[in-house]
Design a protein around this ligand. Structure first.
Ligand code: SF4
Ligand code: SF4
Length: 120
């Protein structure tokens, strides 16, 4: 549906990443050439305002398959595969939880994570 885009720029107007000075797919759609699909936080505001019904989320996901993930994203992916969470669950985390009377975090097995990712 990207051919329906009229380059009106509305998506760029509402995009929080653009408001913070980033250039994401909404820049590309409204005529810019420098952008990164990885700056998007997937809020989908752009999609809600698009008068032409362009599926911007799908465009974003396609771009992400083409564009290598930045290091912080890669580290998050590795953490998800290893711990089942985007942040590393270390003994320090569980020690802090214990100090507040909380149970340790139950890790999700890598096999379960892979199963879930294949389902997406
Ligand atoms: S989904 Fe991404 S590109 Fe669209 S408005 Fe939100 S941050 Fe911007
Ligand atoms: S709001 Fe829709 S029509 Fe307007 S630039 Fe963005 S994708 Fe294109």
């Amino acid at each position: 549906m990207i051919e329906n885009c009229t380059h009106c720029g509305l998506c760029r107007e509402v995009c929080p990443a653009e408001k913070l000075g980033g250039r994401t797919i909404t820049s590309l759609l409204s005529g810019g050439d420098e952008y990164s699909a990885w700056l998007c936080c997937c809020c989908q505001l752009c999609q809600e305002v698009c008068p032409e019904g362009v599926d911007i989320h799908q465009v974003m996901m396609c771009e992400r398959r083409r564009e290598p993930a930045p290091d912080p994203h890669r580290r998050s992916f590795e953490n998800v595969l290893r711990y089942g969470y985007a942040f590393p669950i270390t003994e320090d985390i569980n020690a802090m939880r214990s100090a507040h009377g909380l149970d340790p975090v139950e890790l999700i097995s890598a096999e379960q994570v892979r199963l879930l990712l294949h389902c997406l």
